[in-house]
Design a protein around this ligand. Structure first.
Ligand SMILES: Cc1cc2nc3c(=O)[nH]c(=O)nc-3n(C[C@H](O)[C@H](O)[C@H](O)COP(=O)(O)OP(=O)(O)OC[C@H]3O[C@@H](n4cnc5c(N)ncnc54)[C@H](O)[C@@H]3O)c2cc1C
Length: 273
């Protein structure tokens, strides 16, 4: 069975880390689409291998390793696989299955015409991982689309990739149009006392989109409609349910419930309940 070797691990907090893995046999990184996941596996108990999918956060142009952005599940019980992962040392191996998944950037409408709508990416927690791959890839390939990332976390320390994202937003010019809007949901926690940005859940930023009075529309200075915007959502169920209900009421249609002509305006990846 093929394995990947851990070559780098950086903790952002005790339960949040960036991992980089390389094929143990020295074979090259497979081609993959931004948004795809790799399945990692390990014998955890009873000699049975358990597998879990993890979105690749590095872009396809990174040929030295797969990068992942992973949360250690500790409540209500210790997660089986992440407990193993967070105790791994550099040089340790995991079993794996090659990149797979359909949560990728929609380049074209079903009729073959290029989809030039702006992309609005909404993530909670490690749901940011596939969007890092999207954003770095779109920067590499010189997209002309406006990209806006909304990232919701509990505390400021959980804003993974913040420096990279702030730098990418500050590089915006006529040919690269990227906005980064992070929000924290526990502004009153003493550890967030220096936070000056958005507060509340990420869905608060798109509330009232139906009446064109959302915070996001004010920030972008534009009405957001299915005609000019494509949404991508990634994270846990509560956020996805809330955002879908807001978007559906404003006429947006998901890829799992397409129009008769096969078109849609929202795609989402669910990490679990
Ligand atoms: C397509 C896809 C991509 C993903 N990408 C990422 C990613 O990039 N980063 C990331 O961090 N995660 C990602 N995930 C989630 C990931 O696959 C795992 O589900 C997650 O890491 C938890 O795995 P685990 O084995 O540690 O937890 P598990 O052991 O599977 O437990 C899951 C949860 O259930 C709780 N639980 C377990 N047993 C019980 C019990 N008896 N009673 C009550 N509660 C219990 C645990 O406390 C934990 O919160 C992705 C999921 C999908 C589907």
């Amino acid at each position: 069975m093929e394995t990947l070797t851990l070559i780098y691990k950086k903790n952002l907090t005790e339960d949040l880390a960036i991992f980089r893995f390389q094929p143990s046999d020295g074979s090259p990184i497979d081609d993959f689409k931004p948004g795809q996941f790799v399945t990692l596996g390990q014998k955890v108990d009873n000699d049975k291998i358990i597998y879990r999918p993890y979105s690749i956060s590095s872009p396809p142009s990174e040929k030295n390793y797969y990068e992942f952005y992973i949360k250690w599940k500790e409540h209500p019980t210790f997660g089986k696989f992440t407990t193993y992962l967070f105790n791994m040392d550099i040089g340790d191996c995991v079993f794996w299955r090659k990149p797979a998944g359909m949560f990728s950037i929609e380049e074209f409408f079903p009729n073959g015409i290029s989809d030039t709508r702006q992309m609005i990416l909404v993530a909670t927690g490690t749901g940011l991982a596939p969007f890092m791959s999207y954003i770095l890839h779109l920067k590499d390939t010189g997209t002309k689309k406006r990209i806006t990332l909304l990232h919701g976390v509990k505390n400021e320390t959980e804003l993974g990739y913040r420096d990279t994202l702030e730098n990418l937003a500050s590089e915006s010019n006529e040919s690269w149009n990227f906005n980064y809007f992070p929000t924290i949901s526990r502004p009153n926690d003493p550890q967030n006392k220096n936070w000056k940005g958005f507060t509340g859940r990420v869905q608060k930023l798109i509330k009232c989109i139906k009446d064109h009075q959302s915070e996001l529309e004010k920030l972008l200075n534009e009405k957001i409609t299915p005609e000019n915007s494509m949404f991508y959502l990634c994270g846990y169920k509560a956020m996805i349910d809330d955002v879908l209900s807001i978007l559906k009421s404003a006429g947006f249609v998901t890829n799992r419930n397409r129009r008769d002509d096969d078109s849609f305006d929202v795609e989402y990846e669910l990490y679990g309940v």
